[in-house]
Design a protein around this ligand. Sequence first.
Ligand code: E4P
Length: 217
Amino acid sequence: MKFFIDTANLDQIREAQNLGILDGVTTNPTLMAKEGIAGTNAIMQHYRTICDIVDGPISAEVLSTTYDEMIKEGDELAAIHPNIVVKIPMIKDGVRALKYFSDKGIKTNCTLIFSAGQALLAAKAGATYVSPFLGRLDDISTDGMALIDEIRTIYDNYSYETQILAASIRHSMHIINCAKIGADVITSPLGPILSLLSHPLTDKGLAQFVEDSKKMA
Ligand code: E4P
């Protein structure tokens, strides 16, 4: 399973990259705005910087919602770097845009996926990735993980090459359950990734080893 980090924060991207487990990055307008990135030049420069840090797929989301504008914006984003993946919302014009970019050989990530039907349409349109939002489904008392399972079954039934990029990850159990179900990729904030490291018995065991190692000096 591939690990992407879901942030536009450069320090956190560098920290995950230095850990040696990072495969890519996803961003969205909310994450970019949180870092104070505004204006076309600053946006483009920020994506360039992320591409310099991580040599893997970098999702850059279009800000427009009509077909013609999404095509123009997506072409500009894709021209920044070969690793840029154009992130497109799951709307009618978005499905058309997915097909356009797929035919052009430009990678896409279809975002805001909340149903199996949406994931099926995105795969039909040739999306490289679909992003089902686990945490936001859990937030409304719906089983986000069940959606990942449904999409896995559908994609396996027809050998769709679209990759399931589980998004809106809130905690380490989301990551572990995605791995059990067979999501291709998870995109997570840094916190849940780092919490995979922790176990109290590891801490206790290491403290004992450190203490006993003094007797060996
Ligand atoms: C996915 O690509 C989104 O950027 C993200 O995972 C949404 O997460 P949130 O629900 O925590 O905002």
